[in-house]
Design a protein. Structure first.
Length: 195
């Protein structure tokens, strides 16, 4: 990946991050409105069918972390230290489709240029897999916060922390990809130095 392409990708990520952080309260409010509206219209059904699988995966992650939890359909139940039960509903809007859209948008900027097909495929597979894992960890973190610190910290993390995590993930992902997978060949470095 040439330096000019790296700079363009970094500027795209930086601009997107700044826009997301500035609009975070608006995005959260609008996201809640769309979720309610979609639930009423039944538009959410195709994505909602994925939720029970994700709920079981989240319960497995919580078990690894030592949090007692169970899943039933689109609901996760977590128990706090006193044995009180907290039920969380996972809607189609919580599964992380927004972060996959942001990742896809970053592919347009990050994968332009003259990378090998194999390198591009590696970047896409690692990016999608990492983003899916991040979304599972994000939902598990909300449930763990609900069980340990209560509803308000879990809600704040759900509304704001997830967006910040996605931004941090995208920067870390593209830093690693640029360094180890899309690293310029030695001839590209010499060509850049002589230009």
């Amino acid at each position: 990946m040439k330096r000019r392409d790296r700079d363009a990708l970094n500027m795209t990520l930086l601009a997107t991050s700044c826009a997301l952080l500035m609009l975070l309260p608006l995005v959260t409010t609008f996201d809640d409105f769309l979720t309610t509206w979609a639930l009423q219209l039944g538009v959410d059904n195709p994505l909602q069918s994925i939720v029970p699988v994700e709920a079981r995966m989240v319960v497995s992650l919580l078990g690894i972390a030592g949090v007692h939890a169970a899943a039933s359909g689109s609901h996760i139940v977590v128990w706090d230290g006193a044995g009180a039960m907290h039920t969380l509903f996972i809607s189609w809007n919580c599964i992380g489709w927004q972060s996959l859209l942001l990742l896809g948008a970053s592919f347009f900027s990050g994968l332009r240029g003259e990378q090998a097909v194999g390198s591009r495929l590696q970047v896409i597979v690692i990016g999608v897999g990492g983003t899916l894992l991040l979304n599972l960890l994000r939902v598990a973190a909300v449930a763990a916060l609900e069980a340990t610190w209560g509803h308000l910290p879990a809600l704040i993390f759900h509304d704001y922390g997830g967006t910040i995590l996605v931004i941090v993930w995208l920067f870390a992902f593209w830093f690693a990809v640029q360094r180890w997978i899309l690293a310029p060949a030695a001839s590209d470095d010499l060509e850049t130095m002589t230009s």
